[in-house]
Design a protein around this ligand. Structure first.
Ligand code: MOS
Length: 717
């Protein structure tokens, strides 16, 4: 069940830009039309002449930069547009217009013209002018360093079977249903921001920094988010200027970016290139692997690459080398997008493993099972849980894998289509954030839970409500969950699939504390109203919760808007979530159109906390994996800069007609070493390996190996 389903389907759930406030004005942005350069003149006269225009601003001297979220700051990028004349990328805002109506604001923004002194720009990994940096030299943090376990190159050199394959992954953009934007208002000296975000806390502290005001005077309300996928994980560049114009006008102001504007004013999945080398014995036992990655970043920030962290853990090799480089290009700073490193890495690595299976003539499921391990190859520590073998075995059973003819191009559907069956596994780090949970038991028997978390459609509110209802034996309708609101809690970033593993242990320990204060037993059903009546007043408890090995310092960081995350390496163990995908593709022989009639995905996410929303998460991840494999790519414009296909007409995502049967199952074995509730992450691992399984299925159908995504009709013909 989904506790907020009623609110959502009846339109009662209010998203940021749904707020309608008295006296509200409307803003629109004008964007730079040059790939890089200096802004020499902005002509706003035509904009000011549009009836209903209240304000046109091109420069905000009072704003400082938000700092880069991965460098101790709060912004998706360090660069704050409209603070100087430097244009770092096409699509960077150069003016903001406020008017009485959205139509007037948009008309005025479009009437703004500008002159530039253009500079050369680079958009591709291999473009002239792109600058390549070795990550461990550019960002000296231990978890970003090259990985060297044993002498992988030498082992590969001496292996009986060698695979050496390079794969390219294009830039992709998240296109959440809820566009970036919202409403800001000043209540006296207090700035109130209503905007969909995964990180209300960063917005609060980042805006305080940018505007030079006290964080106590910033409130961020984000009870519902219409999809985040990483793009809403930090402070976006439109919010501080919006707050500034609202303050100048003394009115609330709403701004909703057009879809095409979100392609340049939010992070995206950067382009990456992967060279995978495997060395194996004649049976396909992988002895060593090397994974070398080049990943795009912006000129002004170093967005980190963490691809080798997952591929280094996939199989039981005795030697592994991972090297990552960052390539600076003239774009806004890229960032996290669902399974940001894991999905591209697995597309590459799991195809190389498929190549190995083919080379040694071994079934791809068997080969993967033969390379399973209980020990983390990188640290030598045990995994707290790793049931990927069970995922493979159960998935093979449910899919009917034993009916596969290993010969590529050997299977046909009734309509003559080539049939391909592909498999791939995926993993995702087990992360956790420090959190605070406040539980209140009321005289009417209702329980209210306020905890760090953001509801972006993944179902965290349902997951928390279910835990409380089951623990106390009360109806789920008697539980109110408050998340995404800085006035009720810290609201640390919800991302990296740590939401459930962060909120549930905090709420679990809050429930134990609540029971003590209600003078009831440690377990069993509770008559909350009666217990509260005995106490004589509503009972409130607040608990602080840390991940394994985390210290109170993490909470102190979280309380000032910074990241407070631990994992996947903990004292004495390593935690990952696991998945296996089985995919059937049909390649129509004359048009070469690829369809995906069925998928079976089996996940190990520890205990399944909320079956309905969990299955939905996996379906969403698989659908996105199919989209990544067959459709999605953001094209860059080498003539004028920026991204070209920045609309839903031109950036094709999967729609209902593309999606057929997706069967989801779970191993559902709790991981109590990771946390007392036994839950691991699920949202992102769902997608990891799905694109690889599609690509492997296409190879099985056609005999052709695709080294670049997406795999479109023209590549199959
Ligand atoms: Mo997610 S890409 O970690 O918000």
């Amino acid at each position: 069940m989904r506790v907020d389903a009623y609110e959502k389907v009846t339109g009662k759930a209010l998203y940021g830009a749904d707020r309608v406030l008295p006296g509200m004005a409307f803003a629109a942005l004008a964007l730079a039309k040059v790939g890089r350069g200096r802004l020499s003149r902005v002509d706003t006269s035509a904009a000011r002449a549009v009836p209903g225009v209240l304000l046109v601003e091109t420069k905000f001297d009072e704003l400082t930069g938000p700092g880069f979220v991965m460098g101790g700051g709060f912004g998706f990028q360090s660069l704050q547009p409209m603070t100087d004349d430097h244009i770092a990328y096409r699509g960077q805002p150069i003016a903001i217009v406020v008017a009485e109506t959205p139509v007037a604001a948009t008309e005025a923004a479009e009437a703004i013209t500008a002159e530039y002194e253009p500079e050369p720009f680079a958009l591709h990994l291999d473009a002239e002018g792109a600058t390549t940096l070795v990550q461990e030299e550019a960002i000296p943090l231990p978890f970003l360093a090259d990985i060297r376990v044993g002498d992988a190159d030498a082992v590969i050199e001496n292996s009986a079977v060698r695979i050496d394959s390079t794969f390219e992954h294009p830039p992709q953009h998240a296109v959440p249903m809820e566009l970036n934007g919202g409403v800001v208002e000043w209540q006296g000296d207090t700035l109130v921001v209503h905007e969909g975000t995964q990180n209300a806390n960063a917005l609060r502290f980042g805006l305080a920094q940018q505007l030079g005001i006290d964080a106590a005077n910033v409130e961020v309300r984000s009870p519902y988010v219409g999809g985040g996928f990483g793009q809403k994980n930090s402070l976006l560049v439109h919010i501080a200027p919006l707050a500034a114009v609202s303050r100048r006008l003394g009115r609330p102001v709403k701004l909703v970016l057009a879809r095409t504007q979100t392609f340049h004013n939010g992070s995206f999945r950067p382009a990456s290139k992967h060279r995978i080398r495997l060395g194996a014995d004649a049976t396909g036992k992988i002895l060593a692997a090397v994974h070398e990655v080049d990943q795009q970043t912006s000129r002004h920030d170093l967005f980190i690459a963490m691809h080798t962290e997952v591929t280094g853990r996939l199989y039981g090799y005795s030697a592994f080398r991972g090297r990552q480089r960052l390539v600076q290009t003239d774009v806004q700073t890229p960032g996290y997008m669902r399974a940001p490193f894991e999905s591209p890495s697995m597309f590459a690595f799991e195809q190389a493993v498929d190549e190995l299976a083919h080379a040694v003539g071994r079934d791809p499921v068997e080969l993967r099972l033969a390379n399973d391990t209980e020990t983390d190859p990188i640290t030598g520590l045990p995994f707290s849980s790793r049931h990927v073998g069970d995922c493979l075995r159960r998935g093979a059973e449910l899919f009917g894998w034993s009916g596969r003819n290993p010969e590529p191009g050997s299977m046909r559907a009734e309509d003559g289509s080539l049939v391909g069956w592909g498999v791939a596994i995926g993993n995702y780090p087990g992360n956790v954030a420090a959190a605070v949970a406040t539980l209140t038991a009321d005289t009417d028997g209702r329980v209210t839970v306020a905890v760090d978390g953001h509801e972006m459609g993944q179902g965290i509110r349902s997951t928390i409500a279910l835990l409380v209802a089951r623990d106390l034996g009360i109806p789920v309708t008697d539980v109110t969950v408050q998340v995404g609101d800085t006035t009720v809690g810290t609201q640390h970033l919800t991302a990296g699939s740590w939401g459930t593993a962060t909120a549930l242990p905090a709420v679990h320990s809050g429930l134990q504390e609540l029971r003590k204060h209600l003078n009831v037993s440690d377990t069993g059903d509770v008559d909350v109203a009666t217990a509260v009546a005995h106490v004589g007043h509503p009972v409130q408890v607040s608990v602080e919760s840390l991940g394994p090995g985390q210290t109170a310092d993490a909470l102190a960081q979280s309380k000032v808007g910074h990241l407070a995350i631990a994992g996947p390496v903990f004292p004495g163990f390593v935690t990952f979530s696991w998945i296996a995908h089985f995919v059937e593709v049909h390649v129509e022989p004359t048009t070469c159109r690829i369809r995906v009639p069925r998928v079976v995905s089996v996940a190990d996410c520890g205990r399944v906390a909320s079956p309905v929303t969990a299955a939905s998460q996996v379906r969403g991840g698989v659908i996105w994996g199919i989209g990544a494999a067959l459709r999605e790519e953001t094209m860059v414009d080498d003539r004028f800069g920026g991204f070209l296909n920045s609309t839903l007409e031109e950036y094709p995502v999967m729609v209902n007609a593309d999606v057929h049967r997706i069967d989801v199952d779970f191993i559902d074995k709790p991981d109590y070493q990771f946390n007392p509730v036994g839950v691991k992450g699920l949202g992102e691992v769902s997608m990891v390996g799905a694109a690889a399984a599609v690509a492997n299925a296409v190879h099985h159908a056609t005999g052709k190996r695709h080294h670049r995504l997406p795999i479109r009709i023209e590549h199959v013909i």
